[in-house]
Design a protein around this ligand. Sequence first.
Ligand code: 9WO
Length: 243
Amino acid sequence: MDLHVISIFPDMFSAILEHGVIGRAIRQNVLSLTLHNPRGYADDKHNTVDGRPFGGGPGMVMMPEPMIKVIEAAKAQAKPGAKVIYLSPQGKRFDHAAAKEFAERDSVVFLAGRYEGIDERVLEHHVDEEWSIGDFVLSGGELPAMVMIDAIARLLPDSLGNSESAEQDSFAHGILDCPHYARPETYAGQKVPDVLLSGNHKAIAKWREQQALGRTWDRRPELLEKIELTDEQQRLLDEYRKN
Ligand code: 9WO
């Protein structure tokens, strides 16, 4: 997968380039990530990319000319058909299903804005999709781009330490994760649930599914309305709610 990111703070991406699943995917040539800085496309000696907003008000707006030039440069390097994705709170909400869909794409150009945003004419004519990672305002689109890239990269074949992990993910089946335990068996007087020490793999799988369903019911009941439970899942959930 061939990813491109447009940002005036390319150094921020060192946080993900070297570490974890993204670093591994890049080293394995499953993923490439190329950064493009709008400042390189400014036409004055100060490399100006922002201007005062027409109509007045606080802050600055990213100017059309350097933004359009850097977008065209990124698209010229990306694979044919790559879409330009703008990260903003006005975008479509990114979730696990969206991550799976992105993971099927050959190439993507992420556009991270700063200041009060980008001149609307750039968004109208040079951006294909607008995506949000949640209902909050940040100081720029870089962290949302990294969040999306992380969620996408760990779904790419071979980028996982364990190829079964993605299928077992919380949200792979639309419900929350079950609890996990590591050594020791007793910590601060609290014992690991007996079933996990039983060696009974069928019983362990049932317990985990029941915990996952129960926690989803407790914490995010609206998620259960989006999926169809099997008869067995409904029985496990009913039993959880009785106890
Ligand atoms: C800044 C601002 C200041 C005063 C009044 C309103 C304001 N809105 C903004 C604003 O939205 N700034 C954005 C900062 C411009 C585009 C990049 N920025 C951004 C992206 N903040 N938060 C996101 C984002 C992206 C995806 N998902 C969640 C948040």
